[in-house]
Design a protein around this ligand. Sequence first.
Ligand code: S3P
Length: 170
Amino acid sequence: MKNLVFIGMMGSAKTSTGKRVAKLLNMPFFDGDEVYEKVYGETISDTFATLGEQEFRSRETKIYEYLGAMEGVVISCGGGVVLKEENMLALKRNGVVVQMTATPEVIYERVSANDKRPLLREGGIEKVKEIMTARAHLYNKYADFSVNSGFVSPVKCAKMVVEKYKKLAK
Ligand code: S3P
């Protein structure tokens, strides 16, 4: 059974939708950021602060190598997973990839509710737009399909993902 892999910007509702979808499909759910923090025993913010982004990206690759080798699971990835091709090759080998999208305004509203994301601590909505623009081609390149979480209810959103996954996983 193929995995279902969520990619997209921070705050695009990958994890909340992924959890809902995993329940509907009766598949185990893994959140890449959460697995990272358990495996390395520290928060992502701490890694950024003490070792820097580059070290975070190398460590993150090991997590996605491991998760990509699983079968029949739902995986929600950190927003930067697309920055390394090897991550996406590992995840696409046995996975259907869905891109969650939302407007910069919606993303900004969601992410400003907490300060867990080191890349968005400063710079406001302009920073969100900058990262989105820089990564758009990568999210589009790796996604098998996309769903916008800003315009439909979480329930509808999850149903849309389930329907598409069922068709593509065959
Ligand atoms: C990042 C996204 C975060 C987390 C880290 C870096 C990114 O995950 O992996 O802060 O580069 O977009 P979420 O997309 O789950 O917030």
